[in-house]
Ligand binder design. Structure first.
Ligand code: CDV
Length: 319
């Protein structure tokens, strides 16, 4: 018997700074209903799906922006999303800004977080972003700021996987998708579906030469990650022009073969979906990318790795 999961990628268009949480959640609920109508088991929302991308604005006092963060999930505004998903019988993944409870010493932490919610409304997994891009201080030379490093801490929880939706599920967030270790860490744990939300401005201030390649790089890294680890990858954007900043859309669902099987065509709110056969993963995990048989990290690291130089045996064995 094949294992299939009908996955929806719920792309969002821009969220303006004056849009209320309730207004945003109403958009998410509408996308959930579209997902249910398409027969989805799981709907994936983007990174920071409840607010505008607030790290584009500098502030001296980060805690002055705590209204952008969630202190609990579900919370007062998001309970309706959990309730509607449970009523519709589907699960979801959603990215948001997390503000933790104070530690014993009174300190709080801010993470760029994604949670996975099962069909019964229970939170089964939480991922906090590892690769935090951008900068941590005002850089007025940029046309807009990317202050994620001011607003969020790097997570030290790593990349985990969870048994859910009949398979092995992992999560990553935006910039994480550009790093091969993101996929490999989960690939080594047998991942079959990686859920990734992103906010990717088209303009990359440190090297605008990359602007025209944003769409190419987006698909390049996720397709490679899917293929090289024999896993489904779901990439979901918040796209369009938000507060004057244009972000990439092109949400997609990628098969373990690396092929895109569903692709968003707009830059606004749009639900795409695909019936994902999880058994397809084994075609790659048990053949070309059979890690146990073919992968040899102990050989790659044996010589010269401290210098960052891999010295072939025939060279290092010279007297
Ligand atoms: N939200 C992100 O992580 N954005 C980065 C941009 C800043 C490069 C990305 O990798 O898409």
């Amino acid at each position: 018997m094949t294992r299939t999961v009908n996955i929806g990628a719920a792309q969002l268009g821009p969220i303006s700074a004056d849009e209320t949480r309730d207004q945003v959640v109403a958009r998410l609920v509408d996308l959930l209903r579209q997902g249910a109508a398409a027969g989805c088991d799981l709907v994936v929302f983007p990174e920071l799906a409840l607010t505008t991308f607030f790290p584009r604005w500098f502030t001296e006092e980060v805690d002055g922006h705590d209204a952008y963060y969630e202190t609990s999930m579900p919370g007062p505004s998001t309970q309706v999303l959990f309730d509607e998903a449970k009523r519709l019988g589907l699960g979801f993944a959603i990215g948001y800004a997390e503000l933790t409870e104070p530690d014993d010493d009174g300190s709080v932490h801010r993470y760029n977080t994604t949670i996975l919610v099962e069909r019964d409304g229970s939170v089964v997994g939480r991922y906090r972003k590892s690769h935090i891009p951008g900068h941590d201080n005002d850089e007025p030379w940029r046309p807009f700021q990317h202050l994620e490093r001011r607003y969020f801490e790097e997570s030290d929880e790593g990349f985990n996987v969870w048994g859910a939706f009949g398979g092995v599920v992992g999560m990553a967030t935006c910039n994480d998708r550009r790093w091969p270790e993101t996929y490999r860490e989960m690939g080594l744990q047998g991942v079959e579906m990686i859920l990734i939300g992103y906010n990717t401005p088209i303009h990359y201030a440190p090297d605008p030469g990359q602007n025209a390649l944003q769409g190419f790089h987006n698909h390049l890294c996720m397709q490679a990650g899917a293929y090289q680890n024999g896993t489904w990858v779901v990439g979901v954007a918040k796209g369009g022009i938000e507060e004057g900043v244009e972000s990439l859309a092109q949400s997609c669902i990628i098969a373990p073969s690396g092929q895109i099987v569903a692709l968003a065509v707009s830059t606004g709110d749009e639900l795409i979906s695909a019936v994902c056969d999880l058994d397809w993963c084994a075609n790659y995990k048990d053949t070309l990318f059979n890690f146990a048989t073919y992968r040899r990290p102990e050989l790659y690291q044996r010589i010269g790795s401290q210098k960052g130089v891999i010295v072939p045996d025939h060279v290092s064995n010279q007297p």
